[in-house]
Write a protein that binds this ligand. Structure first.
Ligand SMILES: NC(=O)c1ccc[n+]([C@@H]2O[C@H](COP(=O)([O-])OP(=O)(O)OC[C@H]3O[C@@H](n4cnc5c(N)ncnc54)[C@H](OP(=O)(O)O)[C@@H]3O)[C@@H](O)[C@H]2O)c1
Length: 262
């Protein structure tokens, strides 16, 4: 058990939703926080909460060139990082199985390559925080949607499933060094990302409550933070007994009754 207080933290996806709620909680605990997203204006507004303890690093995590600039900017802001939360992400549904490659690339750029870029920039700074007393943490936000194959979520779910494998491999590679890799998988959270969803979202929670669960999971030292349990347990059960999912659940939620070819 550790307390996230007086730490150096970098949060991507901080301009809204879960990322912003995390910043608001963490700033109350006297942490120094670097906030990132593409929208500099929103980040500057957020900085008004604590101008000396919140620093703005606007960048597009999925854009490799922009991340070269961000690497220099990050080094100017801090030498070392105790905690990184890669929260930036986006969602695009594949309606009618269009398999639009451009859409898949946008989703993978933010949700998968964005996390790879974030880790690349963060690693030297996390390494500087490593000591026998302190184990720095790299956490990334995936999704419970990657536990089973959801209709229309081919791009989003696949990007989050790829993220899960990536984090496992990084955890294996760093298993002899003092670095914690954490995979966070929320259920439905009421944010701009889900605001246009036209289906019922079971156990929808507020971004504040999601942020609290993430922080308590991090402080407890959990490597996998799945919530809410009411959703994660049945999904994990169905992920294990996949035949049940495809026979009884998927046919009830798919919107495709006939494939159309143009
Ligand atoms: N809401 C849910 O139900 C839910 C469920 C499971 C997992 N998640 C995951 O939780 C994370 C946060 O989502 P949210 O619900 O809080 O959504 P949100 O309110 O839309 O926030 C997404 C954040 O990511 C930033 N972002 C998006 N693309 C980016 C890019 N290429 N580079 C830098 N920043 C980028 C956005 O800022 P800019 O637009 O300013 O760049 C924004 O700050 C995402 O990874 C999402 O997949 C959400």
């Amino acid at each position: 058990m550790w307390e996230i207080r007086d730490k150096n933290i970098w949060i991507t996806g901080a301009s809204s939703g879960v990322g912003q709620a995390l910043v608001k909680l963490l700033v109350k605990r006297n942490n120094f926080i670097i906030v990132s997203s593409r929208s500099r204006t929103k980040l500057l507004e957020l900085q008004m909460l604590a101008p000396t303890r919140i620093r703005v690093l606007d960048c597009d995590v999925g854009n490799d060139e922009d991340m070269v600039r961000a690497q220099r900017a990050l080094s100017e802001l801090t030498d070392q990082l105790d905690l990184v939360i890669a929260c930036a992400g986006t969602c695009e549904y594949d309606d009618g199985l269009q398999l639009d490659i451009a859409s898949y690339r946008r989703v993978f750029d933010a949700n998968f390559f964005g996390v790879v870029n974030t880790l690349r920039l963060a690693l030297p700074h996390l390494a500087r925080a490593m000591s026998p007393a302190q184990k720095p943490v790299f956490a990334a936000v995936g999704s419970l949607s990657s536990v089973v194959g959801f209709p229309r979520a081919e791009a989003y779910g696949a990007s989050k499933a790829a993220l899960g494998y990536f984090l496992d491999a990084v955890r294996a590679d760093t298993s002899r060094v003092a670095l914690s890799i954490v995979h966070i998988r929320p259920g439905f959270v009421d944010t701009p990302l889900t605001s246009t969803n036209d289906f019922s979202m079971p156990f929808l929670m507020s971004p504040e409550s999601a942020a609290e669960r993430i922080l308590s999971g991090l402080e407890a030292g959990h490597k996998q933070i799945d919530f809410p349990r009411r959703l994660s347990l049945p999904l994990r059960f169905l992920g294990f007994f996949r035949t049940l999912w495809f026979r009884f659940c998927a046919p009830k939620i798919t919107r495709i009754y006939k494939l159309r070819f143009h």
